[in-house]
Structure formats: structure tokens, C-alpha cells
Ligand binder design. Sequence first.
Ligand SMILES: [Zn+2]
Length: 126
Amino acid sequence: MPATCAVYNCGSEGERVLPLLAGGEVRIEYVTCVDHDAAIRGGEEYLIEGRGRSGREILMGNDLPPKLKSISTSGLGNSSVLYLNLVLRNGEEGQVAVTVTPEDLELLGNPISKESMFEPTPIAEQ
Ligand SMILES: [Zn+2]
């Protein structure tokens, strides 16, 4: 039975193998359609996320998470709020508010400061 492309919301037949090197060494293969294989190899933005029944899927285009536009805060009252001001992939703007403690802010700083988080996952040789 032919596999469907691993890109979320793509119903095309999977005809290409995309081997990613997780952590630079663990080979994980995804089956994609011809168009998405070309798009990913051409440098188009994508993200692997556990989603849906089949587990890991590839998010692209409007299915990618919003982009962060700015961060603002409010400390009025007895609760502190961090606002993530977002640009959705369809161009609309949105906002997520979370109440935070000083410890939460330290927690947020840790993964953000890790440079490795921003390195693209290498695509392996076929
Ligand atoms: Zn596809």
C-alpha cells in the first residue's frame, strides 16, 4: 500500500524518502511527495511535530506555528502576565497571554539561549 506524504494536510502519494539526522547522527526517515521533497531540499521552512495518529508529521506553510512579533508584560494587580504577540501564518495577528512567576521567566530563558535549537537538522545522503 503506497504511503501518503508525511507533510500535514498533504494527501499526495509519498514517493521520496527524506532522511533526517536527528542530533546529527540518528537517521529518521519520512516519506514525502515529490513537491514537498523539492520544497524541503530547496530550503522551505518546515518543522517536525508529533501530531495526529501517525505520530510525527511535517508542518509547512500555513500549518507552521505563528511567528513571534513581540513580547510585552503586565504587572498590574497581584499577577504578572507575559504576552506573546504573534503573526499567524495567514497574516492575521494574535496574542497568547500566560501568567508567570520569576522562576517561569528563568525557565523560558534556558531553551531560548541554546544555540543548538536554531541549527537546521541535516538531511542525510540517500
Ligand atoms: Zn506532500
